[in-house]
Design a protein around this ligand. Sequence first.
Ligand code: NAP
Length: 247
Amino acid sequence: MPQEHSLSYRTAVVTGASSGIGAATVEKLAAAGLEVHAVARRGDRLEELHKRTGCIVHALDVTDTQACVEALGGLDVDVLVNNAGVSHNDRLYDFPADAIDKIIDLNLRAVMHLTRLFLPGMMKRNHGHVVIVSSMAGHYPMLGSAPYSATKAAVSQFLDVMRLDTNGSRLRWTEIVPGRVATEAFGVVMGDHKAAQEKFLDGKEPLQADDLAGMIMFALSAPAHVNISRIDAYPVRQASGGFVYSG
Ligand SMILES: NC(=O)c1ccc[n+]([C@@H]2O[C@H](COP(=O)([O-])OP(=O)(O)OC[C@H]3O[C@@H](n4cnc5c(N)ncnc54)[C@H](OP(=O)(O)O)[C@@H]3O)[C@@H](O)[C@H]2O)c1
């Protein structure tokens, strides 16, 4: 079967692989011939993905650092795609306390621990690429998203520092910054997938998960001397910020 992309990498770990951007990325990496480790909590979804792509599945919660060490710690990983993420939308004075912890644990703490887990091997081999899926909400204010936006801004700064920490090596660090993408994320936040589809996606021409997976593959397949540090991608009919004079 012809391969879409030619990559210098052999193994990859993708978090949040049971749906959306993560699942689409596993599909493309597997099609490009990599050994792909797909990580998420829903084992049934991962099994379906395994049947489609041959990926190796790890049904685990990435906020459980010890479980990640036990399941993944022995792997020589060339590519880590830190994609798993969660959101909740409320003004902070209405925000459930436990939602703040869940967002920080998954979107920030787990990202750092997983990166730290694979970094020594990448440094030793002088070969590796870490991708983080952040969000436009980490770069522009989004009403009701203070904890989510703060974590996404933090991973952006984390990547900037990692480029410095590993400067002089051949490691590469890429931030993918999506606007609205047609995934289950909105239904997860609202607790109602049909209502979320109607409110956030229908008629809005959102990006597709496959579009983002293509951008990740673009960054991974750049020539070895090129680090694609950041890709911002909006749907054509979405924009951030701006203000109008009212009179
Ligand atoms: N959709 C958008 O409009 C949009 C825009 C900007 C940025 N993003 C970012 O894109 C990334 C991917 O989201 P998506 O849009 O593809 O949404 P999604 O379809 O809801 O995917 C989220 C993934 O994260 C996994 N996950 C959640 N909690 C986890 C945990 N504790 N441990 C392991 N995996 C966990 C979920 O799987 P399980 O439930 O099976 O664990 C799922 O596979 C996120 O970081 C999100 O913030 C999305």
